[in-house]
Each structure stands twice: as structure tokens, then as C-alpha cells.
Design a protein around this ligand. Sequence first.
Ligand code: ADP
Ligand code: MG
Length: 333
Amino acid sequence: FDMFVLAFIERFFRPIYKKDDIVLGKKLGEGSFGSVYRVSLARKPSSKPADLVLKKATEYGAVEIWMNERVRRACANSCADFLYGFRETSSKKGAEYWLLWRFEGEATLADLMQSRDFPYNVESLILREVQDLPKGLDRENRIILTIMRQLLFALDGLHSTGIVHRDIKPQNIIFSEGSRAFKIIDLGAAADLRVGINYIPKEFLLDPRYAAPEQYIMSTQTPSAPSAPVATALSPVLWQAFPGLRSDNSLIQFNRQLKRCDYDLVSWRQSVEPRAGPELRKGFELLDLDGGIGWELLTSMVRFKARQRISAKTALAHPYFDREGLLALSFIQ
Ligand code: ADP
Ligand code: MG
């Protein structure tokens, strides 16, 4: 009942946006399914944010509007703040869907990871107090852990709603300057398991560098929301451990090696460790810290069968995330 009341109230009070209100700014992205611009409003009433992002999408925009509306109602904090979506028919190219969000910030996680200073460039953004630790593994781990916790938290919100994103990757994680937290963007390839929207795969929508190995996701008959591809969300951990994986080529190579090992991370490790260079060896060393909890978390998330992967919620409860407590203790001593 509450949902009806809310929907009714919203119907009258939620600001709407029209094509003529929108003043195009810089282009932020261009994909085969649409273009993304930073935009402002021609006349700015105080009830609307001044700084926005517009996506002009193809027919897939209809699904993206659906997903964003669901997120707005069910787990607004997981994703960029969605404002409005509508069908726009005046374009020469035929009908488009226009979607508007609040402009959350300048940088995606991918942008931040490009910096040589990563993860320290993220530290001042997300940690309230400056860390008194010397630069080194412990301090880096604490930053990575905070990024991971924010990511998994957002992902768990989506999954609890029944939405599987299917394109989680650093390019689709925006740093929200207002919330001082990472948020998920780009629900263009998402599937809604509660109602079955988009659960038939559109393979071409998925990014081969990051997509989970399975082609089909579970149907609406599934009683609970599934543990969707968490594997790729783990890239901050993987990439801190293995900076070599940050380039596209080595990521593709890693995927190929993993496939050859039947997506078994343990046998992948066995195959590469004997002839590992110093960088790879340092990576394993890092994941082996504290009795190997990092490695344990990694292997429970990167699994071929979706049912065997731990969910975002379970991952959040993993001892890996107690590390902060461990660090605080060692700091006091
Ligand atoms: P695409 O389908 O082109 O991948 P995205 O939704 O991922 O579209 O958006 C493309 C880019 O636009 C993102 O990588 C990000 O840099 C920027 N962007 C998207 N949404 C926002 C937002 N709400 N705030 C700030 N930047 C955004
Ligand atoms: Mg994207």
C-alpha cells in the first residue's frame, strides 16, 4: 500500500524534464547503445540539481529506465541518483530514450586506477581521517578494503532488489563526491529477476573482459536473488595484488589462462606460480598475508558456477573485512 501512496504522490510532485530544458555540455562517453553528456538546465528551478548527466540511448534505453526506476525506489544509494527518463521522438535517427542523472563526480574507479598513485589517490576521498601508517602494504590494504566494502554494499543492495547488473567493471563505478562513496552506474545490461526482464542473455552487451563465464542467468523461478557475478567486482583486490592485470591485454591473457584452468583459481595459481616474475610473486605474498584471508576471499568469489560463488552479502561478512580491526589493534600496540 505504501508503494501506491508513494507512487501517487510522486506522480504529482516529482520534477519532470523535457528536451528543451536541457543544455548539452561535454561528451563523457560514447558506446554502440548511446552517448553520454554532462548537461545543465536552461532555466534552473531550485528543486532540480544544476549539474546533470544525460544518456541518449537506443531502444535499450527503455530497459535502462525501468532498472533505474526500480533502483530509485528500492536501493537508491547503490547507484547514481536517477532523476528522469523519457522517450524522445524528434531526433532524425528515430526514437531515442533520454535518461538523466545527477552528476556524481569527475572520476570513475577506472580513472582513479590509472594513476600511479593508486590506491593512495583514493585515500583522501573515502577515509575521513588521514592514516598515520607509513606507505606500504597495510595502509594500501585498508584503502582497498574500504573500496571493496563500498562496492559490495552497493552490489548487495542491487541483488536484494533482484537486479543483476552483468557489467560490473571499474568503468561503471563512479565516485560520488557528494556521498564520498563509490556508486554503480550503467544499468543498460542489467536483468531484473523478479519480473524476468532481460534475463535472456544479450551477449553482445556484456564486456568480454569482465563478464562472468555463464551465458544464462537464473530465471524468475529462483526463490532467492542469486549471487551474481561478484568476481569482476573484486578487481580492486586483484589489481592491487597484480598491477600487471590493469592493462586490457594482460586482463584478456588472464581470462584466457583462467579458462584453460577451467576457471579454477587454485590451479591457475599452480600453473603460473613456479615461473612467476617478481610482480606476480609479490601479489601472491600480499594475498597470503594474515593466514591467506585475501586469497581465501578471492577464491570464493571467482568461481565458475554462480551457485558456488559467495554472494556480495556473504563476502561482506568475510574475515578479510575484519582487517581494519586487526590494523587498529596493531596500531595501538
Ligand atoms: P555507457 O553505456 O557509454 O558505458 P555509462 O552509463 O557507463 O554509459 O556512462 C558513460 C560515462 O559517463 C561513465 O563512464 C562516466 O564517466 C560518466 N557518467 C555516467 N553517469 C554519470 C554520473 N551520474 N555522474 C558522473 N559521471 C557519469
Ligand atoms: Mg558504461
